[in-house]
Design a protein around this ligand. Structure first.
Ligand SMILES: Cc1cc2nc3c(=O)[nH]c(=O)nc-3n(C[C@H](O)[C@H](O)[C@H](O)COP(=O)(O)OP(=O)(O)OC[C@H]3O[C@@H](n4cnc5c(N)ncnc54)[C@H](O)[C@@H]3O)c2cc1C
Length: 97
């Protein structure tokens, strides 16, 4: 039995990750994206260990990692006075997760 062709509407991180996974599983995938071109939007994105596992599954993890930085520490600050509200150690994230 032939596999169905799959149409994904939206080439954001969700659509493209689904497309990569489905293509690797042997499906013919077409992605429709409304934006005229792919490019950087905004300042950046923090990718959680779960997200990196998704990229690992699709074979994209090392490329994604190479395009970013692995923070050793994460601090959440108050928007008005800059006071540190929460500090999380991240140096062991790869081993931990
Ligand atoms: C300011 C900001 C900061 C964020 N920071 C983080 C962060 O640090 N870490 C994190 O994990 N998440 C962050 N998020 C959330 C994260 O960006 C979203 O959860 C994620 O991008 C959603 O991905 P998506 O593929 O589901 O949707 P989107 O990225 O919204 O992609 C949907 C795509 O579909 C296209 N589209 C829509 N309608 C149609 C149509 N009818 N036809 C064709 N194409 C269409 C759109 O053009 C778009 O490219 C942030 C969000 C914002 C706004």
């Amino acid at each position: 039995m032939s596999r169905p062709a799959i149409l994904i509407v939206g080439g954001g991180i969700g659509g493209l990750t689904a497309a990569a996974g489905l293509a690797q599983a042997g499906f013919a995938v077409t992605v429709l994206e409304a934006a005229p071109a792919f490019g950087e939007i905004g300042a950046g994105v923090t990718l959680s260990p779960n997200a990196m596992r998704g990229f690992d599954f699709t074979g994209c993890m090392e490329k994604v990692a190479a395009a970013g930085v692995e923070p050793k520490r994460q601090r959440i600050q108050h928007w008005q006075d800059g006071r540190a509200l929460l500090t999380l150690e991240r140096a062991d994230a790869r081993e931990k997760y």
